[in-house]
Write a protein that binds this ligand. Structure first.
Ligand code: F6R
Length: 606
């Protein structure tokens, strides 16, 4: 939540920072601002709304030392005053902050009692006042002393009017990446926003500060000892972070899935033995054999991937598996018995609740495997092992391609566990074969996009939906409903179909359609009975069903056929259809698909 961009170098940093902000706008987009050192003064521009509004306000200003910010409101309403940067009273220091200062209230009261007048309702504003108060000519020292006084997770950028060639940045629990160019330096909350300028990056670790000058980058640890840190190479391409010919990143990412799913499997198959080889697991054979119980923690879409996995690990590997929403789990005082293996799933690797859950679990002694998409992310660094999705940057705020890649990687893990226990080589080979077919099967769902668009248009005026499924199709229904809520702003309830008659069926009538996810073959007949019950109450039915299924056309008003596969992998194929359905519904309703209201891509606050 919130994004930081900064630049120090010979070019016009304002232009570069505005462009950078647009690339991280998905992290928060209710207001934005920019601060720059110009002729011994700090110039600051802020505006509510998208970056383009700010761009118009700034005009043709130029500076070589710039900090910029895009906000997702936590403390204080969406107003120009609450947008970053924040300044001290003398307008000497400007600060942008991503994260939360937990003890801002007592600090604010103390500063106010000393006569300081606050201009905003934000927690962040305490920081420039503290830095200005502690400043005695050394900006790095003042920033460091101010940071000692604050508690919380944050990343910051700071400039001073008397230091035109100095930019200070720091991170603690929120991501910050320094892009090292030739004679110029960039800073961003996300490495995707740097790749247009440089591939050489330094990821700041918790507690680290950096002093950036034209001479280069000096890194300091929390004790202010200067440390040397190697630059890392960014691996992804510029094309991955551009929309190309697609109208939205979300659509581009949905259509990338044949390739991203292929990448998730690439060189991980061990066909001869009907198993897989997972580089990055970082576990020995004994760890894997001694695993008695799996606990999965995640949020949102990643939690849905975990939910599917809980069925799969129990079915295929017979390992008892519990799946928990991180934000609840972290406050449960969880019981983590010996033999528990933990899987933390997070596309970004920065979700605050999942990271907090992982830290709690690690404190109890369990091993944690991360399933992550972002190289260098906090979760990837803190877990004992990490399996990367290799899905490329996911820019659309709603998660699409990351979900299907998570399911593929977790299918591979389940298969490995099953083969190490009771699954035969032949059965393992059959599962591998089914996985291999997924990219082309997803392609055929994508080819049905015109039909799905037609159906979505037919239903786009409805404002309440049920998504029903059983067994593997239940978490798939949760995911389908979430997509419709977040990008089309339509109320959608994901429900296990068998539970409908325990209450929710009261809502079914001709104004509340059901999207029936029918691709779980074990429960197919049971689901059809549940759909009959909805139909008997005048509910419209849109069915997504595997090819060859019998009897669906008598029940459903509209049918989308998807290729058949094992029940375990059906969520991957069915989800592509529900993603397209949500996308076209959202488009017809005129919603802001890539940046849905009130949301941010990485939820880095609790
Ligand atoms: C939904 C969505 C969110 C994320 C959730 C977890 O489309 O994108 O629900 O899945 O915020 O994010 P990660 O996976 O980054 O931990």
């Amino acid at each position: 939540m919130c994004g930081i961009y900064a630049y120090l170098g010979p070019r016009n940093g304002i232009k570069i920072a505005l462009d950078g902000l647009k690339r991280i706008e998905y992290r928060g987009y209710d207001s934005a601002g920019i601060g720059a050192v110009i002729d011994g003064k700090i110039e600051c521009y802020k505006d509510v709304g998208k970056i383009t509004a700010l761009e118009h306000a700034i005009g043709s200003l130029s500076s070589n030392n710039v900090i910029a910010h895009t906000r997702w409101a936590t403390h204080g309403k969406v107003t120009k005053e609450n947008a970053h940067p924040h300044l001290d009273e003398n307008q000497s220091v400007a600060v942008v902050l991503n994260g939360i200062i937990e003890n801002f209230q007592p600090l604010k009261e103390k500063l106010a009692s000393e006569g300081i007048k606050f201009k905003s309702e934000t927690d962040a504003e305490v920081l420039p006042h503290l830095i200005a108060k502690l400043y005695e000519g050394d900006l790095l020292k003042a920033v460091r002393e101010a940071l000692v006084l604050i508690h919380g997770s944050y990343a910051i950028g700071c400039i001073h009017k008397d230091h035109p060639e100095e930019l200070i940045v720091a991170a603690n629990g929120c991501p910050l990446v320094i892009g090292v160019g030739v004679g110029e330096t960039f800073v961003a909350s996300d490495s995707n926003a740097l790749i247009h300028h440089t591939r050489e990056v330094i990821f700041l670790s918790d507690g680290e500060l950096a002093k950036i000058t034209p001479e280069g980058v000096e890194i300091y640890d929390a004790t202010m000892a200067q440390i040397s840190k190697k630059t890392e190479q960014l691996l992804h391409s510029v094309e991955e972070v551009s929309k190309g010919a697609y109208e939205h990143f979300t659509l581009k990412e949905i259509f990338e899935q044949p390739q991203t799913v292929r990448n998730a499997m690439l060189s991980r198959f061990f066909e001869e033995y009907g198993t897989v080889a997972l580089d990055g697991l970082n576990l020995n054979v004994n760890d894997l054999l001694e695993m008695q119980r799996v606990l999965i923690v995640a949020c949102g879409t990643s939690w849905h991937a975990g939910y599917v996995t809980s069925y799969m690990l129990e079915d295929l590997a017979r390992i008892p598996t519990q799946v928990e929403v991180s934000s609840e789990f972290r406050y449960k005082n969880p019981i983590v018995p010996e033999g528990t293996f933990v899987i933390a799933i997070s596309q970004s690797g920065e979700t605050a609740d999942t990271i907090a859950a992982v830290r709690e679990i690690k404190a109890k002694g369990a091993k944690v495997l991360a399933i992550c998409n972002v190289q260098g992310s906090t979760l990837a660094r803190e877990a004992d092992g990490c399996l990367f999705l290799r899905a490329g940057a996911e820019i659309g705020v709603c998660s699409t391609k990351a979900f299907t890649s998570q399911l593929v990687v977790l299918s591979l893990f389940s298969l490995l566990m099953a083969r190490m226990r009771h699954m035969s080589k032949l059965e393992g080979q059959q599962y591998l074969h089914a996985l291999q077919k997924l990219p082309e099967q997803i392609q055929s769902v994508l080819e049905a996009a015109p039909l799905i668009e037609k159906i979505a248009k037919k239903y786009s005026k409805y404002s309440d939906f049920f998504f029903l499924g059983r067994r593997y199709m239940f978490p798939t229904a949760l995911e389908g409903a979430l997509k419709l809520k977040e990008i089309a702003y339509v109320n959608a309830n994901g429900y296990p179909a068998g539970e409908m008659k325990h209450g929710p069926i009261a809502l079914i009538n001709e104004t509340c359609p059901t999207v029936a996810l029918c691709a779980d073959k074990v429960t197919y007949d049971k689901l059809i009975s549940n759909l009959m019950e909805a139909k008997a109450r005048h509910g419209k039915i849109i069915a997504i069903v595997h090819e060859g299924a019998k009897g669906i056309e008598e029940v459903a008003d509209d049918v989308i056929y998807v290729p058949d596969t094992y029940d375990e992998f059906a969520p991957i194929i069915t989800t592509v259809a529900t993603q397209l359905f949500a996308y076209y519904m959202a488009k017809d309703r005129g919603a802001d698909i890539d940046k849905p209201r009130n949301l941010a891509k990485s939820v880095t606050v609790e």
